[in-house]
Design a protein around this ligand. Structure first.
Ligand code: C5P
Length: 407
């Protein structure tokens, strides 16, 4: 479940062509369980009608500080007192400049100025032409807004409505949604470094063939995302999968088990967390052919022999133990039966404090799963739900263990 569910957000629109994305953002927020109160400036109404946003939010939109619907005629006070956050998207260059100077000549800026600073955070998503964005005046304003405690989201890069290309686009609706999700998530791993492996590996037989396995990478990607939402600095070493990189996560793509080991060793933090969800191929062909192995019509099949791949988790866990054990290592076990027994044995064999078991064939490629957390004291079940939700629960569990270890 989204941390946004049940929140009340005032969505402010200032004038900019990116306002079309705000309609999508409004819709996505409502879908995430947020009640959305839209406030628009006069300039915003040049780009998007209040009717559209009323229909999407299910609430009448406010566009004027003189709105007679408010019994006390103080929309700026009433609206800001009810909000869990005010999100201005798009935030134009002019609107940010107005915020900076405490301008209050229309409802949206007036409401931002009137908000209780300690209770109602203000988050802005800038949107403007690249020259406007890079202008020292704008950059100065951004720095000062941040210093004033306003949360200024990043801008996107790419083609702009004006025909130019560069920085300054407003983030896409789903990116803003993800940043808001991160904003409201408890920061249980703040300041921690987390390394995650995910997906299968691919072991070449020749340039066109190889062996791999059915891992989709979804669980590992969900864990990387949950760790970022929890405030960690996250690196994700991913085997060949076509999943989108979770926002704010650094991704390193690899193919074989040996590539994965190399990437892990290059990125493993000295302290923090290592979560190995990757389904690493146990063996690789002993001698991958340089050229495609041809079928010659004789009916003879090629002789393949295999060598064992390095065990990435065990290698990392051993060197972490050698270096005082400041790295908390978590392994996964995909089994077909006897989960508790296999996971317990695997935990001992890999010498990790926490081993997470799941039934492989039931979960490969699916969006949901069930986990069994096995440690030195026993086992705890995380019952069947979405991989995203399980990842959040697992990260909370790991954070508690780290807290306990530090205490
Ligand atoms: O030995 P097995 O593959 O069942 O162990 C599973 C756990 O070990 C997972 O956490 C997996 O990511 C990790 N592993 C690894 N390197 C291997 C094999 C498994 O890191 N070569």
């Amino acid at each position: 479940m989204s941390t946004l569910a049940g929140k009340h957000i005032v969505l402010g629109l200032s004038g900019g062509i990116a306002a079309f994305k705000s309609a999508e953002l409004c819709r996505a927020l409502v879908k995430a369980g947020v009640t959305v109160q839209v406030v628009m400036t006069e300039a915003a109404e040049q780009f998007m009608t209040a009717v559209t946003l009323q229909a999407l939010s299910g609430r009448p939109v406010y566009t004027s500080q003189w709105d007679p619907r408010e019994a006390n005629n103080m929309a700026h006070i009433n609206l800001s007192r009810e909000a869990d956050a005010i999100v201005v998207a798009p935030a134009s260059a002019d609107f940010m400049s107005k915020l900076l100077h405490g301008g209050a000549d229309e409802l949206l800026s007036l409401m931002c100025l009137a908000r209780p600073l300690d209770k109602v955070p203000l988050i802005v998503a800038p949107a403007m032409n690249r020259e406007m964005w890079s202008n020292p005046a704008t950059q100065r304003n951004v720095a000062q807004l941040k210093a004033d405690g306003i949360h200024v989201l990043d801008v996107g890069q790419g083609d702009q409505a004006c025909g130019e290309t560069g920085d300054g686009r407003m983030l896409e609706a789903e990116e803003i949604l993800e940043d808001l999700e991160a904003f409201f998530s408890p920061k249980v791993l703040a300041g921690q470094q987390v390394l995650v492996t995910a997906g299968p590996t691919y072991e070449a037989i020749d340039p066109v063939r190889g062996i791999t396995n059915l891992s989709s990478g979804k669980m590992g990607f969900a864990i990387a995302r949950a760790a970022r939402l929890a405030g960690a600095d996250v690196t994700l070493v991913a085997g060949p999968v076509s999943l989108a990189t979770p926002r704010g996560v650094k991704r390193v793509n690899v193919r074989s088990a040996r590539d994965m080991l190399q990437a892990v060793q290059a990125h493993v933090p000295e302290r923090g967390v290592f979560v190995a969800t990757a389904a690493v191929a146990d063996w690789r062909p002993a001698n991958a052919a340089d050229q495609k192995i041809k079928k010659d019509g004789s009916g003879q099949t090629p002789e393949l022999s295999f060598v064992e791949n390095p065990d990435i988790l065990a290698t990392v866990a051993q060197s972490a133990a050698a270096q005082k054990g400041d790295l908390f290592c978590v392994g996964f076990a995909a089994e077909s039966h006897d989960l508790l027994a296999h996971a317990t044995a695997k935990r001992a064999r890999k010498q990790v404090p926490l081993l997470v078991g799941n039934i492989g064939p039931a979960t490969f490629g699916q969006d949901d799963n069930a986990l069994l957390l096995v440690d030195a004291h026993g086992a705890r079940e995380l019952p069947h739900t979405s991989k995203q939700a399980l990842a959040v629960l697992l990260i909370q569990d790991i954070a508690q263990r780290l807290g306990g270890a530090q205490a």
